[in-house]
Structures are given as C-alpha cells and as structure tokens.
Design a protein around this ligand. Sequence first.
Ligand code: HEC
Ligand code: HEC
Length: 391
Amino acid sequence: MFKLDHKILGIAATVALSSTLVFGASSSPVGVYKIKNKTAIDGGVTYVRANGVETAYRYNEQSTKGVSFGRAATANEIKAWDIDALPDGTGLPAGSGSVEEGDELYEAQCASCHGDFGGGGNGYPQLAGGNQSKDKNGIVITLKNQRVYGNVDAPKRTVGTYWPVATTLFTYIRDAMPYATPKSLTNSETYAITAYLLAQNEITIDGVEMDDEYVLDAKKLSKVVLANRDGFYPNIDGPDAQENLRSFFADRAKNIGAGTRCMTNCKDPGGIDGKTEASVVEIKYEMSDVVPPYSTVRDLPPEIEDKTISKGEKMYNESCKLCHATDNMGAPAVGDVDAWVEVREKGFDKILYNSINGVGGMPAKGGNEDLLPSDVKLIVEYMIDLSKKKH
Ligand code: HEC
Ligand code: HEC
C-alpha cells in the first residue's frame, strides 16, 4: 500500500540519491524563467544569492508587492515551531517514560497500523525486527556492513537498521504520529513510546539493555548509537560536515563513478576506476526551470464557516477524509459507488463494527480514540449516503 522503502533521511542521502530526479523541462509553460546557476560540488545546482551565499534551493526573486503575508510571527510562535532536536540531543524537551509505559501506549495508539511489537503488517511501515539477519559470527547485518557482506540480502529497513540517529525517532513520533492525530502525545508519552520502539529494536544504551523498567529521557536518548549511524556517507554529521562533503566530492576519481547506484553488491566505496559500480553518481538531471511558487494574485474566496454541514460530515472531514477521499490508502473511496456496493454487502452492523474496531488497514475509529461509537455511526451513515448511486 505504501512505498516507504525509499524514505530518505539526511542530506547526504538526498545528495546521493537525487540523481534520479529527471525533470521534463522541454516545454516551458508561460511564466517559467531560466535560473542563473552554477554547478555544485555534487554535480547538482546551487543558487547564488545576492550576498554571495550559495544555497541548494532557489531564492524567489519575484516581487512580493501586493501580497499580504499577514503579520510577523511573535517570538513565542517562533519558539513553538523551533522544536527540532539535534543528534547530540540539543533541543530535546524535558520528560521521561519507560519501556513498559511505551508498550501500553503503543498497543493502544500505534499497533493498529504498525502491528504488534512494531512488526508491521496492514501495509504500514515496520518499525522493528529488521535486524534479525545475523552472519555466522552473530554480527547484525546493517545497511552499512551489508556492503561488506555483499551476498546477504539487505536487512529490512526499519528505525533500528536504517535510521542514523535516534533523536529523529523522538521528533518524528512527536510531530507526525499517531497518523490521524499527530501532536496529541505528551513529551513523556513520546519518550515512553520511543523507549519501547528502541527496546523492540534491541538497542542498548551505554551497554545497558532496555528492559521493561528502563526509563528513557533526553540525556539517555542522546547516547543511543544506532547500527546504521555511520552508514551514510559522506558523513554530514557534526562540525566537519561541510568539509567532509566537499572533500568527498572533490575526489571524483574515487568517489564518483559511472556505474549504477546500488544497495547490494556495492563496491566500497565504489567507482575507484570510474568503471565499477559507484555508490554515488553525479547528479545529471537537475531542475533548471522553475515555476514561481506563488502568485501575486489573491483571488481565493474568503473562508466562511459552513453552517449547513452535518455533524457526520464535519467529523468525517476531521478524522476519515485523510484516507477515504481517494483509494490511494487502500480505503474504499467515498463516492466510489462500486467500492461501496461491495462494502455494503456485509451489512451495516458489520461495517459499523469494523469501523469502530478496525479491519485490515482501517485503524479502530480511524485512529481517533476520542470518537464515540455513536459518532462513528453518524460518520459511516454519511459516508454510505455519499457513496450511493444518485437517482
Ligand atoms: C492510522 C495508521 C497509523 C497509526 C495509528 C500510527 N502510524 Fe506511524 N505511520 C503511519 C504511516 C502511513 C506512516 C508513513 C508516513 C510517511 O512515510 O509519510 C507511518 C510512519 C511511522 C514511522 C516512520 C517509519 C519509517 O521507517 O519511516 C514511525 C517511527 C511511526 N510511524 C511511529 C508511530 C507511532 C509511535 C505511532 C503511535 C503513537 C504511530 N506511528 C501510529 C501510519 C500510522
Ligand atoms: C489511516 C487511514 C484510514 C483512516 C484515517 C480511516 N480509514 Fe476507514 N478504511 C481504511 C482502509 C485501508 C480500509 C479498508 C480496510 C480493508 O478492507 O482492509 C477502510 C475501510 C473502512 C470502511 C469499510 C469497512 C468494511 O467493513 O469494509 C468503513 C466504513 C470505514 N473505513 C470508515 C471509516 C471512518 C468512519 C473513519 C473515520 C472515523 C475512517 N474510516 C478512517 C483506512 C482508513
């Protein structure tokens, strides 16, 4: 259902992988103009800003005259946004939670999609258990050392095998999960769930195994070293990041090859003679034309609260539309008469039961625990009503 295997984390990975970005730039739509650019160290494009600074993103030079940007953000508003955490733990909030607490929260709020013990299933990402493959000496095969064990299948990419730093796990869960109600967890709950998932991935902290009583906080989380920590290269972590990146790309003969990018059977680091498979390939097709991202014309109709909207529709919009607007998520799309004819064959009671308790990729109550069974009933009635043949 989801194509998650290519989740890209970290700038280095982006640099290395973005060579597949091919832009159909042959026909230029009106309003598109060529950007001034020069080639970056990785073969991509950098954009020169007025003050001599180069950036990987184009700076929009369109006039902003006539555009209402609202007011300046207040210091507190900026603080509320500024919540990232660095690999060394800088920026992590206070709070703590145990593996056991995380277990309970996980069961209640995550397992419906991510499976028991983070084992996946239902088409949602697997969060643990990717490190099951070990070599004959008991060494866990990670994405990094798998290059050395070229004949071994890549490990399943999970938080434990693939992600470079554990602080990302905390911030990701805090900001994006549970899927339907992101930002609903407290910091301590987030620490607890993070602890639970790290424990499921058999992560040790300072050599200590994470048992049920293990309590995770900012300090301990920042000490976690994940298996794939140094599996991304060039190393873009820490104060030497810029220099690492520069020297990596500067040694083109060694690091840039003509081959295909690879996950298995890669030469390490590849491309020494420029013929063998290289792990990093120069970016060949960069964006060269850019459609200005905003229009100075403001013709959106003002938003008016719609009083005619039913309670069912309102709750549907809030909790279910995310997945049911289209069939992209594998859910019967609202309005798709045929899909719902099939659903309705089960009978209303069964459908309602499934909506309240979950079925397949459908999480219980759509993942919104706050809904009452009577709410779900109203929503399902609304959904069915919209998905009947109109006469
Ligand atoms: C309604 C289904 C659903 C629920 C419930 C849910 N998730 Fe997710 N989760 C997803 C989907 C879908 C993605 C992929 C999102 C994407 O890649 O944009 C995801 C991605 C993730 C990832 C990233 C995995 C990876 O390897 O990229 C983590 C970690 C995660 N979820 C943790 C949690 C936690 C912890 C909870 C409970 C607090 C939770 N999720 C609840 C659907 C869900
Ligand atoms: C995270 C995505 C997601 C969300 C959010 C979601 N659904 Fe679903 N829903 C699904 C998927 C996937 C299916 C198909 C399940 C299957 O048949 O395997 C489904 C199926 C259903 C069905 C058909 C059940 C059956 O027995 O065939 C109903 C009814 C339904 N959802 C109602 C709702 C309601 C009501 C909400 C909001 C409270 C909601 N859904 C929110 C993903 C979602």
